[in-house]
Design a protein around this ligand. Structure first.
Ligand SMILES: Cc1ncc(COP(=O)(O)O)c(C=O)c1O
Length: 456
């Protein structure tokens, strides 16, 4: 009996998808990117079915949105129940208790032994925008520091704070003023012969110099940092760096904002990745897996800071919608009841183990890194020169997709394979996904794939 999860009824994309794709190309602008050219019919857990009856294993998790799995029954129930009661009154018009429940829970879970408040929005970018607004209002300063290779969204402010020029910024200027980009560690790409400790020290010194050369600390409202860079290529900074930045923030009255939009909600084995660094942020931005696919985002922070904005100065029509709040409450329940933080740690170890096995077969894997279940491989043309192999990664993603594995790239050079599968993925799905990933590598790097195909 065939007990594989991936099933291929047609070529990928299949005829139905191709027909819709034609309409997509006619009516939807090309500026919106599409990783996979098939259209989804159904998604459950870590498995996605397309409109042609093909089944995929999902290692992309809607870009880190599906930590609890697709259409988790508890999320579906919560959303259905909410929709049957009321869909939207507008929190500004008539409040609902789920918003308060969610704020209360998140304030309790967020690091920091002080009073906190939480405000909700719709997208990640909106959360970051609001964190910036709140920080400016509170500090009465304008400057914002973000980091090289950071990603914070596509609105004017968050695009300005984002680092990768193409495709995120090219042709979209002028950008918002008073945003400064500081160096962020990238230990894999340190200079030859430099130890990790020396490199760490160097980056800290660079950060201190940056404050002399580029941005006077007295003028800075907030430093916005991803505790692990997501779009930047799953780069984990060293603890000393994160702590030093926080120390400098404290010294100059700068707010430390942890952008946990991709790292949050159990992805790294904790509710918030910043907890790995022993740093307590002043504000935290959240979204993505918070709503398990229902759009919701938020800012959590110290009460005095969160209360800096006057009535009506933050919020929005759909901000913290009832559906989003209920989905997020269900997500928190799932993380706790299914022990997803512990599972993410275990999953992460298994992913790293698998990546190491792959790297024994494929020389192109230059670096393997991660925190919890936020793991990635950096693909290079040559391990000595570390020349990024962007084309190789694009081919791997395509080859994987054609074989039924949804995969994502990342990184400034586009040469990182990042894995964001649901933390709830089963062992069998995990194994099958990695088997396909290995085949994709074999196809791209022209090694024999006979044994793998025979094994399936
Ligand atoms: C760290 C981080 N911040 C902000 C965003 C922007 O989120 P959204 O695409 O929901 O606006 C993202 C999205 O990938 C992200 O990873």
């Amino acid at each position: 009996m065939d007990d594989r999860f991936v099933k291929q009824e047609t070529a990928i994309p299949g005829p139905r998808s191709l027909a819709i794709l034609e309409r997509r190309n006619k009516y939807v602008p090309r500026g919106i990117s599409n990783n996979c050219h098939s259209f989804v019919k159904k998604a459950q857990g870590a498995v996605v079915e397309d409109v042609d009856g093909n089944f995929y294993i999902d290692f992309a998790g809607a870009i880190g949105t599906i930590n609890v799995g697709h259409s988790h029954p508890k999320v579906v129930d919560a959303v259905q129940e909410q929709a049957s009661q009321f869909i939207h009154t507008g929190f500004n018009v008539m409040m609902y208790e789920s918003y308060i429940d969610l704020a209360e829970k998140l304030c309790e879970l967020a690091p920091g032994n002080f009073a906190k408040k939480a405000a909700f929005f719709n997208s990640g970018a909106e959360a970051v925008e609001n964190a910036v607004k709140i920080a400016r209002k509170y500090t009465k300063r304008q400057g914002i520091i973000s980091f090289t290779r950071g990603f914070h969204g596509r609105t004017l402010m968050t695009m300005t704070m984002t680092s990768k020029v193409k495709p995120y910024k090219f042709g979209f200027g002028p950008f918002a003023p008073e945003v400064y980009k500081a160096p962020y560690p990238y230990v894999y790409r340190r200079l030859d012969g430099m130890s990790e400790e020396q490199y760490s020290q160097m980056i800290i010194e660079q950060f201190e110099q940056f404050l002399l050369a580029e941005a006077a600390p007295e003028t800075i409202a907030a430093v916005v940092m991803e505790p692990v860079q997501g779009e930047g290529g799953f780069i984990v900074p060293d603890i000393a760096f994160v702590r030093k930045v926080k120390e400098i923030c404290t010294k100059y009255g700068i707010l430390f904002v942890a952008d946990e939009i991709q790292t949050g909600f159990a992805r790294t084995g904790k509710y918030f990745a910043i907890d790995h660094f022993g740093v307590v942020p002043d504000l935290i931005t959240i979204s993505k897996s918070m709503g398990a696919g229902v759009p919701i985002s938020g800012v959590i922070g110290r009460t005095d800071i969160m209360d800096a904005a006057e009535t009506g100065e933050i919020g929005g029509t759909y901000s913290g919608s009832p559906l989003g709040c209920q989905a997020a409450l269900a997500v928190l329940d799932i993380i706790e009841s299914e022990k997803l933080n512990e599972r993410a740690q275990m999953l992460g170890s298994r992913v790293i183990e698998k990546m190491k096995q792959l790297s024994m077969r494929f020389d192109c894997i230059g670096d393997i890194r991660g925190l919890g279940a936020m793991c990635a491989m950096e693909i290079v043309k040559d391990k000595q020169t570390k020349t990024p192999d962007k084309e190789g990664v694009a081919k791997i993603v395509k080859a994987a997709g054609e074989r039924g594995l949804l995969l994502l790239s990342a990184g400034l050079y586009g040469n990182v394979v990042r894995l964001l599968m649901p933390i709830t993925i089963s062992e069998k799905q995990f194994e099958e996904g990695f088997q396909i990933l290995e085949e994709a590598f074999a196809v791209v790097y022209h090694k024999s794939e006979t044994i793998f195909l025979a094994g399936r």
